[in-house]
Write a protein that binds this ligand. Structure first.
Ligand SMILES: Cc1cc2nc3c(=O)[nH]c(=O)nc-3n(C[C@H](O)[C@H](O)[C@H](O)COP(=O)(O)O)c2cc1C
Length: 431
């Protein structure tokens, strides 16, 4: 058993933000709608914009990363859903990219503006400067280099201290969305966490509201080194309202200090039909209710194998997927991990209870818990989000529903699984 003193700051954050039966019931207060943050960041209208609503492969790629794919209307409320899911549809991340030597885009640094489906040119770059300078290998790179940031108040407005977990999971979904689009385009990629976050945050002029989390690198290096562009960009308010959260700001800083990172050089090729995959990217939604129909063993294994395939990155952490099999034809119900049963029996009611009593966990064909004992919190949590994205799309492509589940009783899940690791994410798939 660990003593409290041996906890790292990220362990301490994870511990402090666990849900329990009691903590959920003791929570006071509803949402303060008057301080609801904006889910869109928009740079000034006079900056040059490139529309992404065109049939060009690069523009399509960018649209697939975070484009709007549905509109929901309720009396008095209208909101838009995107290719990427987000806990509570609060979208606490932004995407920026650098294009160098890329057709259709002047060399420069851009913001992916979701509300207008366009890329906004924030700053043109020359051959001596660029965001590569914030990577470990600061040689000039040709191609696309994406950066994902987190804006915690968008999520902490609702989820309070636990929000940093969602900021990371949602960032992971964006990386997963970029992966899905890169695979379709047949472009190689790697995810980078070993980046100079502070240098980038200064350059982007973020202040305390926003911070860089990761990079999705589709570029190739050249010989010469570059430096970060001089000065910083004009600060643009990404939320409207703001309430600082010291605990989240502390864990953000701590999560940027990485130790003993292992590189994953293996990449994965798409195991699905490309046309069906392209459709799945646009059709993907979170299922709200299951009808309790089974899925087949082959369908489950297809989804599972894709979730387990290597994720190329510069700081790979091992993740375990514990699967509660509820309704899979040809497989006995039980708790299953990588081909072996840890317990046999019908645990569907328990799985529903563990997911904060949500029916999604009970009525699914399979409820999955992602667990890790890794030390590098930001990479391992973003990897969990990316795997969640693979689960969504691999289910969708086979006509199966799916939903991420960020709310669960942490300690009770650990006890049920018989695991000492951190519970990072739950996930339900089924009909
Ligand atoms: C990290 C994460 C956690 C989520 N947790 C839950 C959850 O606990 N319960 C639930 O019903 N939906 C959950 N969702 C689904 C979101 O509500 C959904 O993604 C959002 O409303 C946008 O809808 P869409 O996925 O159909 O685009 C979660 C999604 C993500 C990405």
């Amino acid at each position: 058993m660990k003593t409290f003193q041996s906890f790292s700051p990220t362990d301490a954050y994870h511990e402090a933000t666990k849900h329990s039966w009691l903590s959920v019931r003791q929570r006071s207060g509803g949402l303060d709608w008057s301080t609801q943050p904006s889910v869109y960041k928009n740079y000034p209208a006079d900056l040059p914009r490139v529309s992404l609503l065109e049939a060009d492969p690069l523009k399509r790629f960018l649209y697939r990363v975070a484009g709007i794919t549905a509109k929901k209307s309720y009396p008095g409320v209208e909101y838009y859903l995107r290719t990427n899911p987000s806990a509570g549809a609060l979208y606490p991340n932004e995407v920026y990219f650098q294009a160098r030597g890329v057709e259709g885009f002047a060399d420069g640094i851009y913001h992916l503006e979701v509300a207008s489906s366009s890329a906004v040119l924030l700053k043109p770059i020359d051959e001596s400067e660029g965001l590569e300078a914030a990577l470990e290998d600061s040689r000039r790179r040709r191609g696309l280099l994406l950066f994902v940031s987190g804006i915690y108040w968008r999520s902490s407005w609702k989820y309070r201290d636990r929000a940093f977990r969602y900021v990371l999971l949602d960032a992971g979904h964006l990386l997963g969305s970029a992966e899905a689009a890169a695979l379709l385009w047949e472009k190689a990629y790697t995810i980078r966490y070993r980046i100079d976050r502070e240098g980038l945050n200064r350059f982007f002029g973020f202040g305390r509201k926003e911070g860089i989390l990761s990079a999705f690198d589709m570029s190739t290096p050249e010989e010469a080194e570059v430096r970060l562009p001089d000065g910083s960009l004009e600060q643009v308010d990404p939320t409207g309202s703001f309430e600082p959260d010291e605990r989240i700001e502390t864990v953000y800083r701590a999560s940027g200090i990485l130790q003993g990172c292992k590189e994953m050089r293996e990449s994965s090729s798409l195991p699905f039909d490309k046309e069906a995959w392209a459709e799945a990217i646009f059709r993907r939604r979170s299922i709200r209710q299951f009808s309790r129909r089974s899925i087949s063993k082959e369908e489950f294994l297809q989804i599972f194998r894709w979730a387990r395939a290597p994720v190329p990155s510069d700081c790979d952490e091992a993740l375990e997927l514990y699967c509660v099999l509820n309704r899979v034809e040809g497989m006995e119900p039980g708790l299953w991990r990588d081909g072996n049963y840890l317990k046999r029996g019908d645990f569907s009611a328990e799985a529903g209870y563990l997911c904060l009593e949500q029916d999604l966990g009970k009525e699914s064909a399979v409820t999955i818990f992602m667990v890790s004992s890794g030390k590098n919190y930001a990479p391992l949590y973003q990897k969990a989000g990316l795997i969640g994205h693979r689960l969504y799309l691999a289910a969708e492509v086979q006509g199966i529903g799916a939903s991420g589940i960020g709310a669960y009783y942490d300690d009770e899940v650990r006890e049920f699984l018989g695991s000492e690791g951190k519970i990072l994410y739950a996930f339900a798939i089924g009909h």
